[in-house]
Design a protein around this ligand. Sequence first.
Ligand SMILES: Cc1ncc(COP(=O)(O)O)c(C=O)c1O
Length: 395
Amino acid sequence: MQLEYSDKVKGMRPSIIRELLKQMSDPQLISFAGGNPAADSFPVEAIRRFSAELLEQDPVGALQYSVTEGYGPLREACRSFANRRWPVVKAGDEILITSGSQQIIEFMAKLLCNEGDTAAVEEPAFLGAYNSIRSFGVRLEGVPLQADGPDLEALERVFAAPQKPRFFYCIPNFQNPTGYTTSLAKRRAIYELAVRYGVPVLEDDPYGELRIAGEDLPPIKHFDTEGAVVYAGSFSKILCPGLRLAYCAAQRGLIDKMVVAKQGSDVHTNIWAQRVCHKLLTETDMDAHIRALRALYKEKAEFMMARLDETLGGRASYVRPEGGMFLWLTLPEKVDVPRFVSRCLERRLAIVPGSAFMTDAAPCRSVRLNFSTPTRAQIEEGTAILAGVLAELDG
Ligand SMILES: Cc1ncc(COP(=O)(O)O)c(C=O)c1O
């Protein structure tokens, strides 16, 4: 049967990254294209032990239907976890446990936008967010991202436009795809503009714990006294993405609406995973685990940067990321980026062209490199391929 799809899904594009990964059955292929956390960082032993304990001591509690808001003790543990450096979740805020932070992005679009509305988004940014927001018939208004955060003049112009955006989506820590970090001054300024123009902020922070250089910075939500910021924290990059666990901290009214949306979506987040996560947060030394993650990623990132510095001979540029999983490599003007990407693929290196992260797939001179997944040997080999292709195309 020929199916007729809704207008809503017509604007959706398949993720180029997932499409690329599908082609990667070749075991020789090196991937700098994914965004997976390092698999050897997963707390497998603790998950195994806590699962066995739970199924032994409270099998029904782990396997029965549960409440939509999330497991109460986990919600409390998330509040303490988020607030351990600065107050982030305020007294008037509530927490909802979600099935990944992707679900928080979806709920924001679903609850705050009507079809034909606009959402402001950092550009470039995470394609999964663009697709999710677009699927509600919402138009994306890109705000150019600079190395220290969004261009504030452009942000103010977008906020002040006759069709005011329903919310602003940003990733202040070690952004996907650029690795850029929004400065403290810009975090305050974004908050002030949000309040002045009445545009709520969705602060997506899956990478914040993965700092490898510089000082930790308070989230935008830390400055929030007006209930203007929705904070999305995720356990995907600090525990493992297969648990599908994230938490949303926001004013009570919005969380109440999200609970209703979640009832119609997946009823509740996997309760077994929530119970295991609660034990991980309260019975293991999470700070020690995060220190180990930071050390692992620092080693990988610094190795990739050292190899790039040595092999590219200054032909391409990048801003040293202070954390996260990505490096944004900008190629010389004369290099055709799609050609560069396909030449790399022919030599068995997968990378993602920057245009994949633009609202309208506009040409972009950068490519995204992932350093969390490849091994040291693959980084060595992959950066040599990059350098070889660059030398060939930059003549
Ligand atoms: C910026 C950003 N937000 C959200 C997500 C989705 O994460 P989760 O696994 O919590 O749904 C990702 C995943 O890569 C991401 O890069």
